[in-house]
Design a protein around this ligand. Structure first.
Ligand code: OSB
Ligand code: MG
Length: 374
């Protein structure tokens, strides 16, 4: 049984070690929230809210998530006990959307649950792999730099390379990368940037044998996406479109994709991911664990997610040092030969390092059950 008696919001600003440009903009740092839950038995659980400062990937922002946490989700977590973390997402149904905010609490409940039961997070959610295959997501940059980045990550053993594409930055980089790396598993992520008028361009990508094209069209462009998939040999992978099991059902019904990038924050947490995984397996849809430029805390969840059966493709979980100097966990996430070893210690398997968190912390808010915040 989990009874939460204290919650701490840690808000951090962390400079990124990479310049990350996508079709929706450039990111050079992260403004994020870490959630710390203290249970009545003394167990501490950590979660991460993957919302960004700007609502460019989805509607949530760090500020909106903080408001929803303070006004809704923290009072909710104090209002009852939880036999199991799977109870949290249904209990929060009255709060519409705001799935990234919800996952930051739900994830921390899973961390507590795993520790209480002396299970690694991976084991607690039913994962089996001892190591997970990872790829890397490379932003938009001049072609010479892109080629040397691809070479760099390939030599580090990453199992596939994802590049960001957008109208006007698609055939050219894909063609040139293919020339240099004819057999490398390669994919493009458009982050919603194409429209119906661009189908011909996207069809031209077929001959470069990409593993998939991720989220070519707008989040809600379901009908167009199904039409596009019918015209392409290359599988479409959906990211931004999939928020819920209902979205997944719609994608299946319309045959809008063959692959789904699962992000815990985008779908509302681990319980939602477990249910989606079950559906995907029976629908024969391949899954992989996506990334949102997480700190080590969020990264630990992404590693555990990838250990589930059904996660058959390399994820976006690059090593800590690619993003942060230093990361806020011990040990950092390390990629060796394109794999991350799955921790076997109870809980996340990576310890939050408070002095490193303090290096980046801009706001700390403390909540105690039965008291107003201070
Ligand atoms: O679309 O997958 C995406 C990062 C931020 C927001 C959206 C996306 C991404 C990435 C990077 O592609 C994944 C990572 O390295 O964490
Ligand atoms: Mg994506």
């Amino acid at each position: 049984m989990i009874q939460i008696k204290e919650v701490v919001i840690h808000r951090l600003t962390m400079p990124l070690q990479i310049r990350f440009e996508t079709s929706f903009g450039v990111q050079t740092d992260r403004d994020l929230i870490l959630i710390e839950l203290l249970a009545s038995d003394g167990t501490i659980g950590w979660g991460e809210c993957v919302a960004a400062y700007r609502p460019y990937y989805n509607e949530e922002t760090t500020d909106s998530a903080q408001a929803v946490l303070c006004n809704e989700l923290i009072p909710l977590v104090f209002s009852r006990n939880f036999e199991h973390p799977s109870e949290f997402f249904p209990a929060s149904a009255q709060v519409r959307g705001n799935r990234m905010a919800k996952f930051s609490i739900e994830g921390a409940l899973w961390d507590i649950y795993a520790q209480q039961n002396k299970l690694s997070l991976s084991a607690a959610i039913g994962g089996k792999k001892l190591a997970v295959d990872v790829g890397v997501s490379i932003g938009i940059m001049p072609i010479e730099e892109l080629l040397s980045e691809v070479e760099n990550y390939k030599s580090q053993g990453y199992r596939r390379i994802k590049i960001k594409i957008k109208p006007g930055w698609d055939i050219e980089p894909v063609r040139i990368i293919r020339e240099h790396f004819p057999n490398m598993p390669l994919m493009g992520d458009a982050n919603c940037s194409y429209e119906k008028e661009d189908f011909e361009t996207l069809r031209k990508l077929d001959k470069y044998e990409l593993m998939m094209i991720e989220q070519p069209l707008a989040e809600h462009a379901w009908v167009d996406c199904a039409a596009l998939q019918a015209q392409l040999n290359t599988p479409i992978c959906l990211d931004e479109s999939i928020h819920s099991l209902e979205d997944f059902d719609l994608a299946m019904h319309l045959k809008a994709c063959r692959i789904v990038n699962v992000k815990l924050g985008r779908i509302g947490g681990i319980q939602a991911a477990l249910e989606l995984t079950k559906k995907a397996r029976s629908a024969n849809i391949a899954l992989w664990s996506g990334g949102m430029l997480e700190t080590g805390i969020g990264r630990a969840f992404n590693v555990a997610l990838a250990t589930l059966d059904g996660f058959t493709l390399p994820g976006d979980t690059a090593g800590s040092s690619r993003y942060w100097k230093p990361d806020i966990i011990d040990p950092e996430v390390v990629v060796e030969n394109g794999q991350v070893k799955v921790p076997s210690t109870p809980g996340l398997g990576y310890a939050a390092n408070r002095s490193k968190i303090e290096l980046y912390q801009t706001i700390q808010k403390h909540f105690r059950k039965g008291k107003s915040d201070d």
